[in-house]
Design a protein around this ligand. Structure first.
Ligand SMILES: Cc1cc2nc3c(=O)[nH]c(=O)nc-3n(C[C@H](O)[C@H](O)[C@H](O)COP(=O)(O)OP(=O)(O)OC[C@H]3O[C@@H](n4cnc5c(N)ncnc54)[C@H](O)[C@@H]3O)c2cc1C
Length: 479
């Protein structure tokens, strides 16, 4: 079986020697660095899921390319409506439990379609190369991070107009391959993976042809440096506080490419500037359909935490405002999930074989649910009360000098012990009032593209003229 266990994957990490810096120091042993523990656990969980008796029929899927099972959310090409529907179902299940499904397969499907289009226009052979690469990562169950987002410097300027140049570009083309320079930012989990898959993040003009580049290289390729940011997790696993961050999290990184050589067989776009927009365009359909389901899952998780927080405080769904707020959140989660399913249903088959969900529905659903993220956190604070911001810490609860006071004065509902109440309030604090909260919000608002990108796409895809014609009909205006 192609799918590797988390232990096999950890062993493989020991062989890589990426150049990683974090908190002002060089990190040489990613695989046993405490600051990477929660990230490795998150990545490991994507593998556990493929062996889980309850979910493996969904999370492991046969790949016709290699005639072996692969991890659906990480390495499977989405080639049918059913694929897109199962992906949404699974994504919601995973994110409601573990925050991130790490849906790397979306970028594979995006590049599968984009390389096909480039070859059609330029008679290149990028698609064939990429197909060979996909077979390789499926057979070896490789973890790839995504290098899509350029630093973009001054947002009002194009890549070639930046001073200094920041975005990733080709600086040399030779017989063996290309040499690239620049950076990608927001490379989630980068140093804990094996390869970095680079794609353009926006359209280019002819002057930007050197920025039209896509390729993949191992993370320890000469010239690559990761400057990483720790996941929002306690340094040491805690018993009560930071329960989620102690278990799972994401190291983020900016990735610098300082004259990195890429052999031709790993290059999937090189100078065809007018094809750059294919990547963000397919991404807007394929990945944002996933994000609708992902944020439905986050909303589910928050609903559970809020409801339990109310219970430890002696309240429940019979209290009108709690019932109303939770009911509203339930409906919002279902609307977002409905958009994930609807976008899958209304999608189309790209000539390369990839199933492309409907962009209008996916972007509308994502924009809607992400616009609610702040309200959900406000509801958590409202229902949990100020205690989640002001409560003494776990260390004080573990200290005999203060434990008894806390046991007495922080007692809530008699259905729960004080310790149980404090555990639930700590969970509410982690998701609503900690560094983790900011990460969760960033995940909702910006991951998969900013809210404006949804709005631009919806305006472009919505048939406004058709609706104006209907209005004119009723108004009996004929011009
Ligand atoms: C948790 C997390 C994980 C991520 N993981 C990855 C990853 O693994 N790989 C990856 O490649 N990316 C990743 N991203 C990046 C993500 O896709 C971007 O953050 C997102 O696309 C927004 O881009 P930006 O951060 O550069 O913000 P900007 O695009 O700078 O947006 C900031 C604001 O400026 C506005 N703006 C920008 N340009 C213009 C303009 N020209 N005119 C008018 N207004 C403008 C926007 O509308 C927005 O309001 C991740 C992000 C997050 C938060």
């Amino acid at each position: 079986m192609a799918i590797k266990t988390r232990d096999e994957c950890l062993e493989r990490l020991k062989e890589a020697k990426p150049n990683v810096f974090m908190l002002g120091k060089k990190v040489d042993r990613v695989w046993d660095d405490p600051l990477f523990r929660s990230t490795l656990n998150l990545l490991g969980a994507t593998r556990d899921f493929a062996f889980d008796s309850e979910y493996k029929h969904l999370s492991a899927v046969h790949s016709p390319l290699v005639d072996e099972p692969v991890r659906r959310l990480n390495l499977h090409l989405q080639t049918s409506k059913e694929d897109a529907i199962i992906k949404a179902k699974l994504t919601r299940e995973v994110t409601s439990r573990r925050i991130c499904a790490w849906c790397g397969s979306n970028v594979m499907s995006v590049l599968w379609a984009a390389t096909y289009d480039t070859d059609q226009k330029y008679k290149t052979s990028y698609h064939e190369r990429f197909a060979e690469y996909v077979k390789y990562i499926q057979k070896n169950d490789v973890d790839c991070c995504w290098g899509m987002m350029d630093p973009k410097g001054d947002r009002s300027l194009k890549s070639h107009q930046q001073k200094p140049l920041t975005d990733l570009r080709i600086v040399d083309r030779n017989k063996g391959g290309i040499v690239v320079k620049g950076a990608k930012v927001h490379t989630s989990f980068g140093p804990a993976t094996q390869e970095i898959l680079v794609v353009p993040c926006r359209s280019m003009t002819e002057e930007g042809r050197d920025f039209a580049v896509s390729f993949v290289v191992p993370i320890d390729t000469k010239g690559i440096t990761f400057i990483a940011r720790p996941a929002p997790a306690p340094k040491q696993p805690m018993d009560m506080e930071g329960a989620i961050g102690s278990a799972i999290g994401g190291v983020e990184a900016m990735t610098v490419f300082d004259d990195v050589f890429v052999p031709w067989e790993r290059v999937f776009l090189c100078g065809e500037w007018d094809m750059c927009d294919r990547v963000p365009s397919y991404f807007a359909s394929i990945h944002r359909q996933s994000k609708c389901a992902c944020l439905a899952g986050h909303t589910d998780m928050l609903i559970g935490i809020i409801a339990l927080t109310a219970q430890v405080n002696g309240l429940d769904m019979t209290v009108a405002h709690i019932r109303d707020k939770l009911t509203e959140m339930m409906m919002q989660a279902e609307v977002a999930y409905g958009c994930a399913l609807g976008a899958a249903e209304a999608g189309y088959q790209h000539p390369s074989g990839v199933w492309v969900p409907d962009a209008l529905i996916a972007n509308s659903g994502l924009n809607y649910i992400r616009s609610q993220a702040g309200h959900h956190l406000a509801a958590l604070h409202d229902i949990a009360g100020g205690i989640i911001v002001t409560m003494p810490t776990e260390l004080d609860y573990k200290n005999p000098a203060t434990k008894e006071y806390m046991d007495t004065y922080l007692h809530g509902s008699n259905d729960f012990t004080t310790e149980e109440r404090l555990r639930v309030l700590s969970l509410a604090q982690e998701v609503g009032a900690s560094r983790f909260t900011g990460y969760l919000l960033g995940w909702a608002v910006n991951a998969a593209g900013s809210p404006q990108t949804n709005e631009i796409l919806v305006r472009a895809a919505y048939d406004l003229d058709k609706r104006i014609e209907i209005a004119k009909d009723w108004a009996r205006i004929t011009k």
